[in-house]
Ligand binder design. Structure first.
Ligand code: NIG
Ligand code: FE
Length: 410
């Protein structure tokens, strides 16, 4: 074993009884993988080159934020302020505000600028014990600007102590130069942007915004077909503002997750269950938009649909870089249990990214991605906000103390 963590409690999040706290635990790591996880054996570790005494801390799988728009330039704070001062949304949009304001700023920004901005935001997620983050494009909306965003996402993963998965979201909004020509923009997405992102290995998955203000189910179906032809995983922003049937369509086409889903109906839930598609809830957007339509939690539970939770970090609907806050909102706004929330940011979040074989559990053979917390009980992760109770993160077996990460910001 390269490294042994001892004197710890752990919550493995394995499918059976994984939420039970195992006292007197020990985790052995070799080659970045977990090779032992269980009660401390009475093996003599004396003289082992790398024993980490966790002083009774609680260890969970590293948290996974499976839905973010972390890369963009500018922000929409002024728009937020204008709206609270009574300026109607339409007026702001006519003056060039909203998502297209972010598209303009992102197109103008260099890769270096985008990198620096996103790296700052990653610090927030790391302080919450996150070890894997999914990052979407979708504020470029041209071939070169979408690839630019994905390159920045890849580089963030290469140069930081956090794992990044990338998702092409060219079908996020209709760019102004294609106004009134949605199908032609989808041609560009399917015929040029998806093939280029796949050829350059810049995207792990392809996402769409299936909505009245986004793209129709027919257009999304074309995007999914092109993505699958290029061997990419598919997922969708679906049923966020209305029920167009995008979730069922995505599920039937093999999507790993459908996200938002406040307006999902029973038929949609049944489709997710039949296709083993993850339902990703985004309580930050629900909160920030003051949405009142609740996602169909009871139906999802009844049909055993795996529920994930993510930040959806973005400048328009969820400017909150805290996965712990999302767990808390999952409980307070959606009445999920702390166990469901922890599963939502570990095993189910891994499944939403198609990574359930290697991440999201403390399990022999899986990646040694862990979060070490100065807490007694896993419910505290959803219960308490703002107290810096993260001791360290472990990514592929490497230890990153939490206080050092704060120091890195200066
Ligand atoms: O996930 N729903 C679509 N897209 C983002 C918001 C994008 C924006 O407003 O900038 C979301 O909520
Ligand atoms: Fe989103």
């Amino acid at each position: 074993m390269d490294r042994v963590l001892t004197n710890l409690k752990m919550v493995t999040m394995q499918p059976e009884a994984g939420y039970q706290v195992i006292e007197d635990g020990m985790i052995g790591i070799e080659g970045g993988k977990i090779i032992f996880a269980g009660n401390a054996s009475h093996e003599d570790l004396h003289g082992h080159p790398d024993v980490v005494d966790c002083h009774g801390a609680l260890v969970t799988p590293g948290l996974i934020d499976c839905h973010t728009h972390l890369i963009f330039a500018g922000n929409r704070a002024k728009e937020f302020e204008q709206r609270l001062n009574g300026v109607p949304y339409e007026e702001i949009a006519k003056a060039g505000g909203g998502i297209l304001a972010t598209v303009r700023a992102t197109r103008e920004a260099s890769e270096h600028e985008l990198y620096e901005l996103a790296q700052q935001r990653l610090l927030g997620l790391k302080q919450d014990g996150v070890t894997t983050v999914e990052i979407k494009s979708g504020y470029g909306l041209t071939l070169s600007d979408e690839l630019k965003m994905l390159r920045v996402a890849r580089r963030l993963g290469e140069l930081n102590d956090i794992k990044i998965t990338t998702t092409l979201l060219a079908a996020h909004a209709l760019p102004p130069e294609f106004a009134g020509r949605g199908d032609e923009y989808i041609d560009l997405v399917c015929e040029q942007i998806i093939p280029a992102a796949a050829d350059e290995k810049l995207a792990d998955a392809v996402d769409v915004f299936c909505e009245g203000i986004g793209f129709s189910p027919e257009q999304c179906q074309r995007v999914f077909t092109a993505a699958k032809q290029h061997g990419l995983t598919i997922k969708g922003h679906t049923e966020q503002l209305s029920n167009l049937g995008g979730s069922a369509l995505a599920a039937r086409m093999g999507a790993t997750s459908v996200d938002h889903i406040e307006y999902l109906d029973n038929e949609g839930v049944a489709a997710l269950a039949a296709c083993n598609t993850v339902a990703t809830l985004l309580p930050g957007a629900f909160y920030f938009l003051r949405e009142s339509q609740q996602p169909p939690i009871d139906q999802l539970r009844q049909l055993d649909v795996p529920i994930a939770i993510a930040t959806d970090f973005n400048p328009g609907t969820s400017p909150i870089a805290s996965l712990r806050t999302m767990m808390n909102m999952g409980c307070t706004l959606f009445r999920l249990t702390p166990e469901e929330c922890l599963r939502g940011v570990t095993t189910h979040a891994a499944q939403a990214l198609g990574l359930q074989e290697t991440r999201g559990q403390i399990q022999i053979g899986m990646d040694a991605d862990l979060a070490i917390w100065n807490i007694e009980n896993p419910a505290e992760l959803s219960y308490c906000l703002g107290v810096p109770d993260l001791v360290a993160r472990v990514v592929d077996g490497h230890l990153f103390p939490a206080h050092q990460e704060t120091a890195n910001a200066y």
